[in-house]
Design a binder for this molecule. Structure first.
Ligand SMILES: Cc1cc2nc3c(=O)[nH]c(=O)nc-3n(C[C@H](O)[C@H](O)[C@H](O)COP(=O)(O)O)c2cc1C
Length: 220
């Protein structure tokens, strides 16, 4: 049964807002684990959440110092793996690590460690990809193999001191793998009653709640 819609606010909606300056603007996006190929042929895993999809493209925002960005730009290919909420502690096990050696100075200051074996560190299982070289993460029910189409520089002037340089990677998804338990049998549709992304909300991990309804374009 669908929950009742939330009641309309009774107070003045303009007076109910205050101006704030939050340190991040992460209102809630799915966590993605980016697999990229290291120069020695091993696979690096980078947790990320600044990613969105339109048609067959996924756009990824990655800080300049991350090994994942360096690998993706050099090799022009990657895998975007989507974990479920129960995997959050494995994601967090990677949070203070980097595949970059030496560890960039700003990351040393907050306790990051060089970790060349991200699968071992997190307990995730590697799975060969079909089109690209970086391995997939078996535990993630949805995985996108993708090729890098373009790398964009952020536009405009930065107000004040820029926290860290970053790039925007535009990738074309060339193969989608979905675990059969999240696919409606015999179709190309994800069963939204069974699939649930892990969300990153103002630096906290969340799962999703019940289905609230569908948009008019939904096919399943
Ligand atoms: C949940 C989560 C989301 C993150 N989102 C991003 C992101 O969208 N972009 C980014 O550049 N870094 C993001 N990070 C930070 C990177 O994971 C971090 O820089 C890490 O050291 C990258 O690993 P690498 O250097 O091996 O690529 C996120 C970290 C966590 C734990």
């Amino acid at each position: 049964m669908r929950p009742e819609p939330a009641p309309l606010p009774t107070a003045d909606p303009i007076a109910d807002h205050v101006t704030i300056t939050p340190s991040v603007l992460y209102v809630g996006t799915p966590v993605a684990l980016l697999s990229t190929l290291n120069p020695d042929g091993s696979t690096n895993i980078s947790p990320m959440s600044s990613a969105w999809a339109l048609f067959d493209r996924v756009v990824l925002g990655l800080t300049a110092s991350s090994k994942g960005r360096e690998n993706a730009v050099r090799e022009r290919e990657l895998v975007i793996n989507f974990p479920t909420p129960d995997l959050w502690s494995r994601v967090e096990a990677l949070a203070r690590t980097t595949g970059r050696d030496p560890v960039p100075r700003h990351k040393v200051r907050i306790g990051y460690e060089f970790e060349p074996e991200k699968f071992d560190r997190s307990g995730f299982t590697p799975l060969a990809s079909e089109i690209v070289m970086p391995q997939r993460i078996a535990e993630c029910p949805i995985q996108f193999e993708a090729e890098v189409m373009d790398v964009h520089e952020p536009g405009g002037e930065w107000p004040g001191e820029r926290p860290e340089a970053y790039q925007i990677i535009e990738a074309r998804v060339v193969r989608v793998h979905a675990h059969r338990r999240v696919v409606i049998p015999g179709t190309n549709h994800i069963d939204t009653a069974r699939w649930s992304p892990l969300l990153y909300v103002f630096r906290h991990y969340f799962g999703t709640g019940p289905d609230l309804g569908r948009t008019f374009k939904a096919e399943a």
